[in-house]
Write a new protein. Structure first.
Length: 365
């Protein structure tokens, strides 16, 4: 059987929520499903649209549009005030899901991120398989859809995720970048906005393929310093790395099983082994944590997570395993078979900070 994504290639996923703020509002109020919904400020206060549902977009309503203009286009528009605390909470949850796969996450905003899964060959899953699993997990855990693009580079993955919204899933296989890009409008490329698109149209350049045919000198003259990178991107070449931008707040280890199992002894042994991996990571970094998390995924790809917080910080693998095994026992009461097991820990304090805290207590602070 031919693999969707041959080995020894970069695997970059771009994940993007669909109409993020508006979708959260529809999720929390099912009566809003299928209706033209926007999130933004009041037109009486010269507010603008921050997010528009796809129904609202069918009337021509767009993000950053004055709310007064949006109401003229769609008199039946339903406006919801922003709830940024809720959006941040949802964003934190999905980013944590991404970090459950790899540390190589580059968040671009609350609702989108790059994920580099190039180093996950030991998982025996291809980048498209990982992306499919992510889509299912976000849908089941958060009740929201994400559009996903899978490619060998950031720029192609980003274009791919935008290609089939909402709830899209686009794979651009290695070697097929030009076939995917060349028929697309030039404005799909990063850095090419409406004004630049109009200038290119006067030169009869309307597709990425037509743009890619220009030489280096032309690109430099037209785009200046960005010309070289844009020419490469127009040909599907983009070697920029995924750059993690946030301090890691948890450490975890997980494994996908060869066969689904409900065998207690086997699962307990796996939990002990994963706890050993997590404990070793903490020792190397001089960290202790208080919250142990167990992650299980059953045969139907449903994910279960449980966590317990201790009053004392821990670092030893045996302590982590003890907490994780207690959580495991709570999940083994049914007859589910599991295909994935994970153990993690968070709630860190560095050993240095713990020493400072002890000193303050001794001084009566």
């Amino acid at each position: 059987m031919k693999r969707e994504f041959p080995e020894n290639n970069r695997g970059i996923i771009h994940a993007d929520f669909d109409a993020f703020y508006a979708s959260v509002e529809q999720r929390d109020d099912p009566d809003l499903f299928g209706k033209p919904v926007v999130v933004g400020g009041s037109h009486e206060k010269r507010g603008v649209v921050a997010s528009a549902s796809y129904k609202a977009r069918s009337f021509g309503v767009k993000s950053a549009m004055p709310m007064s203009r949006a109401l003229k286009l769609c008199p039946s528009l339903i406006r919801k005030p922003p709830r940024f605390d809720v959006y941040r909470e949802v964003s934190a949850k999905v980013m944590e899901m991404f970090r459950g796969i790899t540390d190589r996450i580059e968040p671009l905003s609350l609702d989108e991120a790059y994920i580099d899964v190039s180093d996950l060959e030991n998982e025996q899953r291809t980048p498209p398989e990982i992306a499919r699993s992510l889509k299912k997990e976000v849908q089941s855990q958060l009740g929201l859809t994400i559009s996903v693009g899978v490619a060998t580079s950031k720029s192609v993955a980003k274009i791919a995720s935008d290609n089939d919204k909402p709830d899209g899933f686009t794979i651009v296989r290695p070697g097929m970048e030009k076939d995917f890009l060349f028929p697309l409008p030039v404005q799909c490329l990063w850095g090419i906005g409406p004004k630049t698109t109009k200038r290119l149209e006067t030169l009869n350049i309307r597709t990425i393929g037509q743009l890619s045919q220009q030489n280096d000198a032309w690109f430099y003259e037209f785009f200046g310093a960005n010309g070289k990178s844009l020419r490469l991107m127009s040909q599907g070449i983009d070697n920029r790395p995924v750059v993690a931008q946030r301090i890691r707040k948890s450490y975890s280890s997980e494994t996908t099983l060869m066969f689904d199992t409900s065998d207690r002894d086997e699962l307990e042994e796996i939990v002990r082994r994963l706890s050993q991996d997590v404990g070793t990571s903490l020792m190397r970094r001089g960290l202790k944590g208080k919250t142990v998390k167990l992650k299980l995924r059953d045969s139907d790809f449903k994910t279960y997570t449980r966590q317990v917080t201790s009053t004392e910080s821990m670092q030893l693998s045996s302590e982590i395993a003890e907490s994780a095994l207690k959580l495991l026992n709570l999940e083994l009461l049914g007859d589910s078979k599991f295909r994935l097991v994970g153990v993690g820990i968070s709630g860190f304090k560095s050993l240095e900070n713990q020493e400072d805290e002890i000193q303050l207590k001794l001084k009566g602070f």
